[in-house]
Write a new protein. Structure first.
Length: 398
């Protein structure tokens, strides 16, 4: 009997996640002008109150006759519609209609709870309309306010896919070799995931893995980065569905070990597209002058951004798949998606298995020698092709 072919299931997402969503760097919105942001299937307007200096986010379409407030003018702590000068404050209340005798008592529009952290602007989105719980907040990053770290190197990207593709990456051990290492390196010697409450964490290392490293691999590393036995180490956590903070540690040279904070922040534009913010700050090397540290930080950010853009190309050319077929060396993808589901259901419908602690280390002992062999074969193939073309190449690209 012929075996049945597995059919890919891919359902359209019809709900936007509950959680904090980053709209970008706060300084972008502090120029005295209203800013339009396409998010959550509509247009939003971000504006800074002239007196309060607070950044406000409300629905951009005026409830009067639908004028776009992002085309209007900031007047005091309100935004004035360009159509008929109806004015709206950050709480979504109509504060004035100059040509009317009075403001209709029910004149309100959709507003969003905002916060600023790490020099970034966030909005809280909840389909049920509830405020954020006290224990759901954006982590404070000391490096974002320190003179010993670089300023944010930030970029914005619009992607023709859903944000779940980005989330899946946190359990995908094999793609580090095939995508980021381009089949010539980057195989993980340690890879572990921990999911609990609204956090999803990945710990990974690339390079030597001694039996007793002198630290816990599944905890925050607090020692001297230069003393790490591995080449690369990453500690990456999703704080809710849309804000990833990754602490990356790696050796730029025998004398220069680097520590980076990477931010991947997303929000849905609509049901089929999402916006991605990428930000990087790099800890200075105290042995280098200021201008050298600036160039070093720029080079590191550019390198890491290229890596994420490798993922972007994959996401935009693949299909969304709800029933992935996994092998014994893949990470805990179905458990991750179970964790992720909590942000797409009403709070009353969150099941214990969505938020209870789950830990899984993905064993790469079988994969590592396979990757080493594949890398050697690919490097040899590229060298042979280069020699045939009369181009000199390095002996090793690992």
């Amino acid at each position: 009997m012929e075996e049945q072919v597995r059919i890919i299931v891919s359902e359209k997402m019809t709900r936007y996640a509950r959680g904090w969503h980053c709209l970008g760097l706060s300084e972008w919105f502090r120029d005295g002008k209203p800013h339009k942001v396409k998010a959550f299937g509509t247009d939003l307007v971000v504006f800074e109150g002239e007196t309060s200096k607070k950044l406000n986010v409300i629905n951009a379409f005026c409830p009067h006759l639908g004028g776009n407030l992002a085309e209007g003018v900031i007047k005091g702590d309100s935004i004035a519609c360009p159509f008929h000068d109806w004015r709206w404050n950050g709480e979504g209340k109509c504060t004035a209609i100059p040509y009317a005798k009075r403001v209709p008592p029910r004149a309100r529009t959709q507003s969003f709870i905002t916060c600023e952290e790490n020099k970034q602007l966030f909005v809280w989105h909840d389909p049920e309309g509830n405020p954020p719980p006290a224990d759901v907040f954006i982590p404070h990053l000391e490096g974002a306010f320190s003179d010993s770290w670089s300023d944010w190197d930030w970029s914005f990207h619009e992607l023709n896919t859903t944000g779940r593709e980005l989330i899946d990456n946190i359990v995908d051990v094999a793609h580090f070799f095939y995508v980021h290492g381009e089949g010539k390196g980057g195989g993980c010697s340690y890879f572990k995931n921990v999911f609990e409450n609204h956090f999803a964490t990945q710990y990974l290392e690339i390079g030597p893995r001694p039996e007793n490293p002198g630290y816990e691999r599944d905890q925050t590393y607090t020692g001297d980065i230069h003393q790490l036995p591995c080449y690369n180490r990453g500690e990456t956590t999703y704080h809710g569905p849309a804000y990833l903070v990754s602490r990356l540690m790696f050796k730029l040279s025998a004398e220069d070990s680097c520590e980076v904070i990477e931010i991947l922040a997303q929000y849905p534009i609509d049901e089929e597209n999402f916006a991605l913010h990428m930000g990087f700050i790099v800890r200075d090397n105290p042995n280098l002058p200021k201008e050298h540290n600036a160039a070093r930080a720029k080079g590191v950010a550019d390198f890491l951004r290229r890596g994420t853009l490798q993922d972007v190309h994959i996401w935009e050319t693949k299909t969304k798949i709800d029933n992935p077929l996994l092998c014994d060396s893949d990470g805990p993808l179905y458990q991750l998606r179970r964790w992720y589901e909590q942000f797409y259901v009403d709070v009353a419908d969150i099941k214990p298995e969505m938020v209870n602690r789950f830990e899984a280390e993905t064993d790469t002992r079988h994969a590592l020698p396979v990757w080493e062999q594949q890398a050697a074969e690919k490097i040899a193939q590229e060298q042979a092709q280069a020699e045939a073309a009369g181009v000199a190449m390095p002996l090793s690209m690992s």
